[in-house]
Design a protein around this ligand. Structure first.
Ligand code: ATP
Ligand code: MG
Length: 440
């Protein structure tokens, strides 16, 4: 992509109402445009990152054997009346009436909708477990939308649902999601800590929030520091094997969200040198709620004895749009964003400092086309701006590698390669650029 063709409205100054780094940087880097409180348009650069995150989440759900569907954003109120949540949900729910006066709502989550799909279609225990997910916009009329897309009113979520015959098999489904979440967040360049969370009246130990450490997070987290040293999930993990050892290796180390925290427990279970209390951002939440929805909504199957029983369910969310902000919170410096390779909007930024020099333009065009041909995503800054403006813009948008073409390129046949993360710069011959980048 050539910058002269690209819609990238970068800002010099941070907008006054943006409080945290990710919000400031997303607006400055031209990723977002605010529509109204907590509601945003995604501009080209932001949309690229959102799509990359969405795809990684999708690949990992598919790898874990979860089926993708797409449920509507607008749901009928009736199913929420059946579950009893229509009144409970309160003001966060956006309620609408259609022209016939029927009550509808913009979905804040999809337990009722997915349970309705299930009960219309599945009859026997033989078809279980059923694992379904979708990636869809949600609306919650949050009391305090803030920090840009971190706490938006309209936001993109991956939500999955599991249906099992009994408690024991629903634990196996739960473990699948537990492990696949660890792997998903690793791929996004994040260290997400699973924190035991409150299960309310349902009880048990099957609720975890996945939280990344960040000063600007809204959650208080308490954990045993050694949880950060647990090894990564194997790339070829078999989701149908017994995953309980992996899950237990996490659960054995104290880590709880504030709704479950007890000072006495913390002091008792964690030696002082490992005790850690920090702020964090919740990027995912998994929760087993047994028959909470299946009972009132009559989502039943026949078990092996021919008896009708309500299915055991769980739900599993990942905040895809929130993750864009969370990644920036954990990876930026005073000059701008530093994208992890897996989600960067472009792999390479090519800067031509001599846009009026015919030979420099020829060199850059050649590098641009050759890299593009190898399937590398490249943003070519061919704009007629000062070097200072070009450098700061490229640093701001955070692409991992920059190729800088200046007066030495024409004279000596070299370009500079600059790594955004370390700031290291090295000179290489123009004829080696494509191979060098391909090998990265
Ligand atoms: P929070 O505690 O942050 O309000 P929640 O517990 O209400 O979140 P869930 O219902 O568990 O959220 O939703 C699953 C995921 O969706 C969360 O882990 C979070 O990453 C994301 N999410 C929830 N609310 C928002 C929001 N208002 N804006 C952006 N992402 C959100
Ligand atoms: Mg939650």
């Amino acid at each position: 992509m050539k910058l002269t063709d690209y819609f990238l409205p970068v800002l010099k100054e941070s907008p006054a109402d943006a409080e945290i780094a990710s919000h400031k940087l997303m607006l400055r880097a031209g990723m977002l445009s605010q529509s109204s409180s907590g509601i945003y348009s995604w501009l080209p650069l932001g949309l690229r990152v959102l799509k990359k995150i969405e795809n990684i989440v999708r690949e990992e759900q598919d790898a874990a054997g979860v089926n993708e569907i797409l449920m509507p954003t607008i749901q009928p109120a009736d199913i929420w009346k059946e579950s009893g949540r229509y009144d409970d949900y309160g003001k966060e729910m956006l309620r609408i009436k259609d022209r016939q006066g029927r009550e509808m709502l913009f979905g804040p989550t999809n337990e009722e909708q997915v349970t309705d799909i299930f009960r219309r279609t599945v009859r026997s225990y033989k078809e279980l477990p059923s694992l379904l997910y979708h990636i869809q916009w949600k609306f919650r009329d949050e009391l305090r939308p803030r920090f840009g897309i971190m706490r938006g009113r309209e936001f993109l979520m991956k939500d999955a649902y599991s249906f099992d015959l009994d408690k024991e098999s629903s634990r196996a489904s739960y473990n699948k999601f537990f492990v696949s979440y660890l792997k998903t967040f690793e791929r996004l360049g994040l260290k997400a800590i699973p924190m035991a969370a409150d299960t309310g009246p349902i009880g048990g130990d099957m609720s975890h929030e996945f939280v990344i450490i960040s000063d600007t997070g809204e959650s208080d987290i308490y954990f045993d520091n050694r949880i950060l040293n647990l090894t990564n999930i194997d790339e070829n993990i078999q989701y149908n094997s017994d995953l309980s050892t992996i899950v237990e290796s996490y659960q054995d180390l104290y880590s709880v969200a504030d709704d479950k925290f007890s000072e006495d427990d913390f002091n008792l279970k964690v030696p002082e040198e490992f005790r850690k209390h920090t702020k964090g951002i919740e990027v995912g939440h998994i929760f087993n709620f047994a028959t909470k929805y299946s009972e009132p909504m009559k989502a039943n199957v026949l078990n092996s004895n021919g008896k009708t029983v309500p299915v055991h369910m769980g739900s599993y969310g990942i905040g895809i749009s929130r993750l864009v902000g969370a990644i920036i919170e954990s990876s930026h410096d005073e000059n701008g964003i530093i994208w992890p390779n897996s989600v960067t909007p472009f792999d390479i930024g090519l800067i031509n400092l001599k846009i009026k020099d015919f030979d420099a333009v020829k060199i850059c065009e050649k590098i641009y086309l050759e890299l593009k041909d190898t399937g590398i995503d490249i943003l070519y800054d061919n704009k007629d701006d000062s070097p200072g403006a070009k450098f700061s813009r490229m640093d701001l948008i955070g692409l991992p590698i920059q190729i800088i073409c200046g007066k030495n390129s024409v004279k000596d046949g070299t370009v500079e390669i600059k790594y955004r993360n370390s700031g290291d710069v090295k000179l290489i011959n123009i004829s080696d650029v494509v191979n060098f980048i391909k090998n990265k």
